[in-house]
Design a protein around this ligand. Sequence first.
Ligand code: HEM
Length: 438
Amino acid sequence: MTTHALDPGCPVDESFDPLSPEFLADPFAVLGKLPPGHERPVFFAPSIGYYVVTRHAEIEQVFRDHDTYSATIAQAPLVPLVPEAQQILLAGGYKPAPTMVSLDEPAHARLRRPTARAFSIKRVHGLIPAIEATTAALLDAVAGQTEFDLVAALAFPLPANIVFSLIGVPERDYAQLKQWCGYRAALSWGRPDPADQVDIARSIAAYRGYIRILVDAKDSERADDLTSDLLAIHDEDPERLTLDEISSILFSLSFAGHETTTGLIGNTIRRLLEDQSRWQAVVEQPELLAAAIEETLRFDTPVPVWRRVTTRPDTLGGVRLPAAARLFLWLAAAGRDPAVFDVPGQFDLSRPNADQHVAFGKGLHYCLGANLGKLEAQLAIGELARRYPELALVPGQRLTFHPNISFRGPQSLLVRCGQDRYVPPGRLSGRPGFAGGS
Ligand code: HEM
């Protein structure tokens, strides 16, 4: 629904519904049915009340024009919440524009600056041993199996464990936090039933409360983690970064560093295994992995949609937008834009300009965790390829996806290990015919 008159020149697509089973199963099939060559860069979708932006150039224009296109809507619930759920969220401190990614200047910079400082290259690189050790432990746990679910075994737990340890969350609380993060995706980017909204809202209020208590605990007992780095910045000038703001930053990072990277690992492995020659290429030339990840961010990005709202009227892609127009920036469609990418429907490990994707946004809100997410995917998939050169998808499986607009990766991905199934050296005795793992 829209409360304003549409530009008569604006196409309307009554059938477009990004939460329909058809769309969730294969958004690119829906994209393929739109007029060819992204001729319709902006159209209105009544099912969600958003203008859908499909073309790379217009999406970049929106990301770069922070005055006209506000981020305040970035994580607003896609559908209106029932009053009881709203009440619980407000009481739990979940205000409409609470965190970095949905703040405009100057409030945004107040949070972004210290986060960027604490989230230094040194801190990210310092995570390499932890990423390697966690990957090894997770893969050891499925070693010797002929088939396993890659999402449950690796793509889901790895990023969560890494970001929680980066923040300094005690390990015993990881499972609880992971569950809360799943609810958060459903609330802001899905269409939960009114009955479920209240339960979800309670979980999110508890999640926020937990993070605030964590900040206080770290304040009294510092450690070698990002929260303590933020507290050190707070010590320099408590007015410049308050404890509530640190809590808000952690609320951002604990979620942003988790679902996104799970999707990136799952989507990259899926796309590599869909054509065995791609997997072989990566096994034989591990240096191709960086290109494979970049191409996945273009071809099948784990954050397919991001949102903005206009602060004033503007014209975008030939369509006149009023103030308060809500935009559904279809980042996944931009990755398939033929004006930028040759034969965009083809996954190509040697594509020269894959990194022109907009998977991490552009401009002031450009993803702070882009390097960390790519590093985790690279180390995890590199180790997988080393252990399982003959890895393959279990045939006939039907992939399913979480019912939300912004976080996309297979919920499970069954793989078959082949002749070379890996057994860690310690478990080798009595296993004739073992041929993998070196
Ligand atoms: C690996 C896959 C990832 C993808 C595809 C991704 C994508 C995005 C996108 C689309 C945005 C919004 C950009 C905008 O509004 O212009 C964003 C922002 C952000 N991301 Fe990521 N992200 C990923 C991983 C991560 C990781 C691992 C972290 C942190 C541990 C992270 C932290 C953030 C933060 C803090 C922001 C807000 C930045 C700001 O508002 O200034 N992301 N990300």
